[in-house]
Design a protein around this ligand. Sequence first.
Ligand code: ADP
Length: 473
Amino acid sequence: MPISPSLRSVRIVLTAWYTTLLVVAFTLFAISTYFYLQSLLLQTLDDDLTGETEWVLKTLAPRRDTAADSLRRGLLPEAIQSLLDDHFIANPRNYIVMIALRNGAILYQSEDWANLGPPPADTLRHRPAFSSRNSPQGGVRTCVNWQDPYIVQIAYPERPVDLALDHLSTIFAILAPLVIVFSASGGWLLAKLALRPIDSITDMANRITAHNLAERIPGRDVPDEIGRLIRTINNMIGRLQQSFTQIRQFSLNIAHELRTPLTILKGESELALRKQESNDETRQLAGIYLEETVRLSRIVDDLLTLAKTEAGQIKIQHEPLEWDKLVREVFEDAQLLSSSRELSVALNHNDPVILTGDSARLRQLLRNLVINAIQYTPPGGSIGISSVLNGDSVEISVRDTGIGIAPTDLPHIFQPFYRSERAHHHAMGGSGLGLAISQWIAHAHGGTILVASTQPGGSTFTVILPVRPPHLP
Ligand code: ADP
């Protein structure tokens, strides 16, 4: 039968194994104890019966001369008869007795012998011989012993043996569910204790991202399997951290190296554009160069910013700033930028707010959102900005009637270099770094960015910033 995935837990498998093994061990113990006790009790009974038959034979032996007489009369001498009566009738154990001669003549038998009959033929080959037989009073254990010319049979009910075995079975039946409950809960607890470090390793490994590679799973100084696993994972995180640092440094170096040639290219293109002697073709070419160089410079700047944030090299200023003034400036920029694209930009609401933060970075954040809105809204669309003070935080939203973001793209748009398929077709200029940088700036101010988007319909990016970042005194 296939096991459901929810049951495929090491803890459940260990518990099941532990319980099964304990139940099997208990069953084996119960069965072997049962049969051992049975044979022990029968052996004791057999020893008793042997003793009794031997006593009878010993009592009859000195009177062997009377055998002929007894044979003839089919009777025992009276003295022996009363000796036997005294021994067996007065005996509290209630033995069932029969004494016969080899030829079958019965010399003595207790009252309740009648139904047991003569000894089975095969029992006369050994001395003494035992058999379990049925009688109206239930099962009896019979011992047959002989010494010519007498055959002595003594039986005793097996009921005491059966009773003892029944008691034992009852005890095992009561213990069985306790053993199952004990082994299942014990197994569950043991598995939990043994696997607890694995749970904390899983939690920790889940928490590790590119941003907290300095963290390590708390180690155990025990050189067992778990200890080795923790050391191996920590070493792996260490190697990853080293690689990430190298990659970040590499990105930083490349961005730095590219800046100078791009600045030179930009200057040369501007020069060629302005030169009197340049013909139309040269000017057109210079225009294209300038446009591409500006685009490349923006990408390199974004790359440098991102690489520096990841390397922890950017410090955020925390100074009081007039947030509403900053919003208005970004709005005015947006009006300028959108003028050539037939878009209407409106500042719907702008509460006066004094906010503690880094004005240059916050301006960059707002500009990224506004530039995206302009870039991804086709001509004729509209963009609305509104900034509202909401208790201890300010909420600024940039709403557009643009191309919108597909639900499959939404979880990824804040990842560096992620650009949706439609964004590629719609706007050529992007690098896919703007939102990653914006999110970093929002987080650095203790805030968040939320996005809601429909296709068609447009997108709304909302930034929530505490007026006073929580980590400041
Ligand atoms: P890009 O330079 O490509 O604009 P961003 O990081 O700013 O890079 O944005 C990442 C992606 O998010 C964009 O490529 C685009 O797919 C999507 N996006 C961002 N803003 C908008 C918007 N206002 N409307 C539609 N899509 C957007």
